[in-house]
Unconditional design. Structure first.
Lengths: 390, 67
């Protein structure tokens, strides 16, 4: 019964909105036709159109909010309190033309639209969409201290080297502390115990997972020389898993999108590529550049394909992790956005239940992606070290 | 309607992944039903193959997200 009512409301609100839209479109068309009669600056008329569009089209577009949430940022936003943003400021570290510059991200006063200038050592900086640029002398439109390309609307200000401790970096450091604590406490347990008692506490939780990574992933796929790679695989597994889980936590210590950041996954993939190729034996390289067992005419062709394969394997690792985690974050945020899209609180039970369902699924995905990344790494290393058997 | 045609690309990519993973899962279930003792090996291989299929599909999704 309740569901029927809410469905009815939703349908009603949609049809009303459609009617509204047609009306507003008519209004908009008439204003545009009027505007064409008046001679104005091209950019000015553009902005005028945009602002009228913003006012008239009331439908909420979640894309910007979602992209803002999954992106990295200077400063860790916690919550809003009476219209003010409450958050933890993080250090901004820039390598500029005049040397190293360090200041707190609170100097921007929560501005990420390039409207607030921070002046240090005679240099002026703005924060535009969470990237730091040198500020222009005069604002262009909207009070933004930046110049834009007229046709592409891409910002044309130059950037200093940005090595700031951003939200993702802070989250990485936090994860590093957690992983250190986990492994050091496990190590301490095994160091202390003399007889072969069953493990307790953190060690009891970690032992089955570590054994699983060693036996099912490393030993199974790498072969006899697996022992060298167990530390690397364990690091990959726990690093990815813990960062995935931290990304799922919506409250303060979590919430950063570390493994959903392509730079982080790229570094992981590059490590895999280096380790695989350093450990590649003669057999591996001969299979890449001079494939045995095929006609000579085909060999150069296969060499090209196999050579590209060196790069596509880590590339797929990078994209897989990035896309899975980012997609998970986007789905959760989209489901929450449904409430604001339909503009009724009656959708919230549906939205919250769907979010709960997806979140439980994401808990599975966190472990699964860590497993798959580690497993495929082990497979690639195993393939590179595979001995020829006649 | 407003919106980007990229969403269509993402949807098409997901259809491909769905068919692929459905095939893998279905055949893995068949295999486990025929030989329950090998279920561990079959399921771990199933996950690897599913990940590979998914990876190929995710390329499509990422490209459609980039527009």
């Amino acid at each position: 019964m309740v569901e029927q009512v809410s469905l009815h409301r939703i349908l009603k609100s949609i049809s009303l909105k459609k009617l509204n839209r047609f009306f507003l479109l008519f209004l908009f068309a008439s204003t545009v036709m009027q505007a064409t009669n008046v001679e104005v600056d091209v950019h000015e008329s553009d902005t005028a159109k945009e602002s009228t569009l913003d006012k008239e089209k009331k439908a909420y577009d979640p894309t910007d909010d979602i992209m803002h949430h999954i992106a990295d940022s200077h400063g860790w936003h916690l919550f809003d309190w009476k219209g003010h943003e409450i958050g933890i400021p993080l250090p901004v570290i820039l390598y500029t033309d005049k040397g190293l510059v360090v200041f707190s991200s609170s100097a921007f006063h929560h501005d990420s639209e390039g409207k607030h200038i921070v002046e240090i050592k005679g240099q002026r900086f703005i924060n535009f969409h969470n990237k730091i640029y040198y500020a222009s002398e005069i604002p262009s439109g909207h009070g933004i201290y930046a110049q834009f390309n007229e046709t592409t609307h891409v910002i044309s200000n130059s950037k200093p080297w940005d090595i700031s401790i951003t939200k993702n970096v802070a989250s990485l450091l936090l994860s590093a502390i957690i992983i250190l604590w986990l492994f050091l406490s496990v190590a301490r347990f095994y160091k202390r115990q003399q007889s072969h008692r069953s493990p307790k506490g953190v060690a009891a939780f970690m032992e089955p997972i570590i054994i699983f990574v060693r036996d099912e992933i490393a030993k199974e796929n790498i072969g006899p020389h697996y022992k060298r790679f167990v530390p690397l695989l364990l690091t990959f597994f726990f690093f990815i898993w813990i960062n995935n889980v931290m990304g799922l936590v919506p409250l303060f210590p979590g919430g950063a999108n570390v493994t959903g950041n392509i730079a982080v996954t790229m570094v992981l993939a590059i490590i895999v590529m280096i380790v695989t190729n350093i450990n590649g034996n003669k057999n591996y390289w001969s299979h890449i550049f001079w494939m045995p067992g095929v006609p000579v005419a085909v060999k150069p062709l296969l060499a090209v394909v196999e050579f590209i394969g060196i790069f596509t394997k880590p590339f797929s690792l990078m994209i897989r992790l990035f896309a899975n985690i980012t997609a998970g974050h986007i789905i959760v945020l989209s489901l929450i956005s449904l409430i604001f899209i339909f503009e009724t609180a009656l959708v919230s039970p549906v939205s919250v239940l769907l979010t709960l369902f997806i979140s439980v699924l994401e808990i599975l995905v966190t472990a699964l992606q860590a497993y798959i990344f580690t497993l495929l790494t082990a497979l690639y290393i195993g393939a590179a070290m595979h001995e020829e058997h006649h | 309607m407003t919106g980007s045609i990229a969403a269509l690309g993402a949807g098409l990519a997901v259809i491909g992944i769905g068919i692929g993973i459905g095939q893998i899962g279905g055949h893995a279930m068949d295999a486990i039903a025929r030989n329950p003792e090998a279920s561990n090996k079959i399921s771990s291989n199933m996950i690897i193959t599913a990940a590979l299929v998914e990876g190929a599909g995710l390329f499509g999704i990422v490209v459609s997200l980039l527009k």
